[in-house]
Design a protein around this ligand. Structure first.
Ligand SMILES: Nc1ncnc2c1ncn2[C@@H]1O[C@H](COP(=O)(O)OP(=O)(O)O)[C@@H](O)[C@H]1O
Ligand SMILES: [Mg+2]
Length: 224
């Protein structure tokens, strides 16, 4: 479903182009649970942003369901971003001034739903993720693990084709990390959600069915 073909990217630093992604080829199929590992600064987040339609300045080609993403303009890209992908971050990135219910319903409102239609849908998902009683709380009133569950709810409320998670357990203790990885695993196995996970932590890799390694902008598949 996702196919990167010879993708390259460079940043201009002090008038010099510094390559960050080099000839990256990657295919991700529907239902994959893929881990991207590699040292800090190797290009993992850059790759994730590109897959998530945030970045369009790269060389090579990106196909989604055979459709050439590389050719699309800003309007189409933001539509893809809103409808096809859910993001999960290390520091949750919930909006502190909104309740959990309001945070999770935001992507629905962006996609043209009105408030009356969203409430039951959000409540049901919060229950499924084990934080059914937290809808009226603010992010700061929740533990890290509960905030990450809320962030996962926000990421999947629109039923995206895939989740992009950038070190989602990086700020959590090991037991809470395992809980969150089990949430991802359940979504992957029971609902068939495709997940691309950037991680430093080798214990999270056991939950995935494929591992690729990023090193100095070069991506290689790990034999398992
Ligand atoms: N906006 C930017 N401008 C210049 N260099 C950047 C920018 N974003 C990232 N980089 C550089 O690109 C490299 C890869 O960064 P990143 O993708 O964030 O790595 P990782 O997520 O693997 O830690 C790093 O050397 C980083 O300093
Ligand atoms: Mg990163």
């Amino acid at each position: 479903m996702i196919k990167l073909d010879n993708v390259g990217k460079a940043y201009k630093v002090d008038n010099q182009w510094v390559p960050v992604l080099k000839d990256v080829d990657l295919e991700v199929k529907q239902g994959d649970f893929l881990a991207i590992m590699g040292p800090s600064g190797s290009g993992k987040s850059t790759l994730l942003n590109l897959i998530g339609f945030i970045d369009r300045n790269y060389s090579g080609n990106y196909f989604l369901e055979g459709d050439k993403v590389t050719l699309k303009g800003d309007v189409d890209l933001s539509k893809l971003r809103n409808q096809r992908v859910g993001f999960v971050f290390q520091h949750f990135n919930l909006i502190e001034t909104l309740t959990i219910q309001e945070n999770v319903e935001l992507p629905l409102l962006y996609n043209g739903w009105n408030n009356r239609q969203t409430k039951d849908k959000v409540t049901e998902l919060l229950e499924k993720l084990g934080i059914g009683d937290k809808g009226s709380k603010y992010p700061k009133q929740l533990s890290g693990g509960q905030q990450q569950r809320a962030a996962i709810a926000r990421a999947i409320i629109n039923k995206p084709d895939f989740i992009l998670a950038d070190e989602p357990t990086g700020a959590l203790d090991s037991q809470t990390s395992a809980d969150i990885m089990n949430v991802f695993k359940r979504l992957n196995e029971e609902d068939g959600v495709t997940i691309i996970l950037v991680t430093h932590d080798s214990s999270t890799v056991d939950y995935c069915n494929r591992v690729v390694i990023m090193q100095d902008g070069i991506l290689t598949e790990e034999a398992r």
